[in-house]
Design a protein around this ligand. Structure first.
Ligand SMILES: Cc1ncc(C[n+]2csc(CCOP(=O)(O)OP(=O)(O)O)c2C)c(N)n1
Length: 499
């Protein structure tokens, strides 16, 4: 029986969506003890929630759907899981084979619907990408009596990797002209990466979702130090870095790049090298490196750029970067932090505080979507009190039903911050944006002026609107989730960015 086989593969976490075709699965899962079963009414959010569970636990989590478009709703989360190398499972109920191609209600081509993005054979699944199990079922009552659910350990296939290219890349131990760029890291890789970089002593551009940005203090440089002055070699560790510098590498192939990452993808369309493996294991595999020479004389000190940023933050405290900076200080009090895509993660990297590490940090950087962000956050922090999530306004509008999970997840001290800057303001930063017509700009930015208070009432959240620095004084999380609508001062933001 397929559910039993999933338990053997280490999957004990299920997000079950309603439907008649999958009623047998529902009955079975609801009757079992020792399983973690969540309920949701919409599959897109449920699949992202399951993705978040897999991020949190490092183990597979399955979303269970009925037949028809319900299965198709899981595609965005499956794609995200694929690029993040996460074991998201879709268990879909299908109508019996004789219905295929008939056009009968809720009958679609479900087999292999996720194409390359998901494995479909449990026996050959390596536990490092999504898995889709599609099961034809009659609508029948399932007898669950005497079922003893036992979840086994999760043993993803070990990726074998080589470290020679890393050794060659580091060369003779004089690390002149090398910098490290650290993208999102799995929690288990963080310690190895931190000590490795500290020993190497090379400059580091680190994203907040690396989880070690604030620990690297002395080595940390702003990526702006490299504008028009690209380093000779870049060692990328973890997910694809968020900032501009990585994108600039695309058009300049004089910088040699070596990536060490879990999905084995270069993250660049031009020539570069990749080691496919768990970053921590690859680094450990390198063993001792002879550290000779001193890189400091070549060190592009980040200090002038950081102090220039700090000055501007002080001059424009109610600008979007100013408020994000203050928010980043408040968020250190939380047990976990999820940072949404678009400007939130970029602004946090550039303007977030750099002194105090966050207990746990998450982001969805596999495919950089703005969809399913709140659901992923709730899944990743379902059991964590004092969880902070920070999202853009369009990102939030995309996932308005996510709080349907509030009744099942930990809400004590939960703070959801929506940076409501009236649309997709990231596009204002595009180089060509100013040349567009007013209409073209509106189509791209999708300006909106919704007041999110109504949304807070709908899902029974506490609500606080913050429009300036002083507004933070009233920020106090309680038993219920707190929605903070953060509204940056438009003209200060424009001045901050020198527009
Ligand atoms: C699913 C999806 N659709 C579209 C995009 C393209 N996109 C990137 S950022 C963005 C706007 C995000 O707006 P908002 O959430 O308000 O954040 P802000 O840019 O203001 O920080 C869009 C539409 C995407 N990344 N993912």
């Amino acid at each position: 029986m397929v559910v039993g086989r999933l338990l053997e593969a280490g999957c004990g976490d299920f997000v079950v969506c309603g439907g008649a075709r999958n009623a047998g699965f529902v009955a079975l899962l609801e009757s079992a003890e020792g399983l973690q079963v969540w309920r949701h009414f919409e599959e897109r959010g449920a699949a992202f929630f399951a993705l978040g569970r897999a991020k949190d636990t490092g183990r597979p989590c399955a979303v269970v759907t009925t037949s028809g478009t319900a299965v198709a709703e899981c595609l965005p989360a499956v794609v995200e899981a694929y690029y993040s190398g996460l074991p998201l499972v879709v268990l879909s109920a299908d109508r019996p084979e004789r219905f295929l191609g008939s056009g009968a209600p809720q009958v679609i081509e479900q087999e292999e619907i996720f194409g390359n993005y998901a494995a479909s054979n449990l026996d050959q699944w390596n536990g490092r990408k999504p898995l889709h199990l599609n099961v034809s079922l009659e609508e029948e009552v399932v007898d669950c009596s005497g079922w003893d659910a036992e979840v086994k350990g999760f043993l993803p296939e070990k990726i074998s990797f080589e470290v020679k290219s890393l050794r060659d890349f580091l060369g003779d131990g004089i690390f002149k002209g090398i910098i490290a760029m650290v993208g999102g890291l799995e929690p288990e890789d963080r310690e190895d990466v931190f000590y490795f970089l500290r020993d190497l002593g090379i400059p580091v551009v680190a994203d907040v979702n690396s989880g070690i940005r604030e620990l690297l203090q002395d080595l940390l440089v702003s990526e702006k130090s490299f504008v028009g002055n690209l380093p000779g070699r870049i060692l990328r560790l973890g997910e694809v870095p968020v900032g501009r510098l990585w994108r600039d590498l695309e058009s300049d192939s004089s910088t040699e790049v070596l990536s060490i990452c879990r999905n084995g993808l270069p993250g660049l369309a031009r020539e570069s090298k990749v080691i496919h493996g768990n970053v921590g294991r690859v680094i450990r595999g390198l063993g001792e490196v002879d550290f000779i020479g001193d890189v400091r004389d070549d060190f592009p000190s980040g200090r002038p750029i950081f102090s220039n940023i700090d000055e501007r933050l002080e001059s424009f405290p109610d600008s979007e970067p100013g408020l994000v900076n203050l928010l980043s200080v408040y968020a250190t009090t939380g047990e976990s932090l999820f940072i949404g895509n678009s400007l939130p993660i970029r602004e946090w990297n550039e303007y977030g505080q750099r002194e105090t590490p966050y207990a746990r940090v998450f982001a969805n950087r596999g495919a950089n979507g703005i969809d399913g962000q709140l659901s992923s956050w709730l899944g990743a922090t379902a059991e964590t009190p004092d969880s902070w999530g920070v999202f853009g306004d369009l990102t939030t509008l995309y996932d308005l039903a996510a709080p349907a999970m509030f009744s099942q997840v930990e809400c004590q001290g939960r703070v959801i911050v929506v940076i409501n800057n009236g649309g997709g303001q990231i596009f204002e930063h595009l180089p060509r944006f100013s040349q567009l017509t007013k209409n073209q700009k509106e189509v791209i930015v999708q300006p909106q002026d919704f007041d999110l208070k109504g949304w807070a009432i709908m899902w029974d959240m506490d609500y606080l609107k913050i429009e300036n620095r002083e507004g933070f004084d009233a920020l106090e999380a309680g038993e219920k989730a707190l929605l903070v609508e953060l509204i940056p001062n438009y003209s200060e933001t424009a001045q901050f960015y020198g527009v």
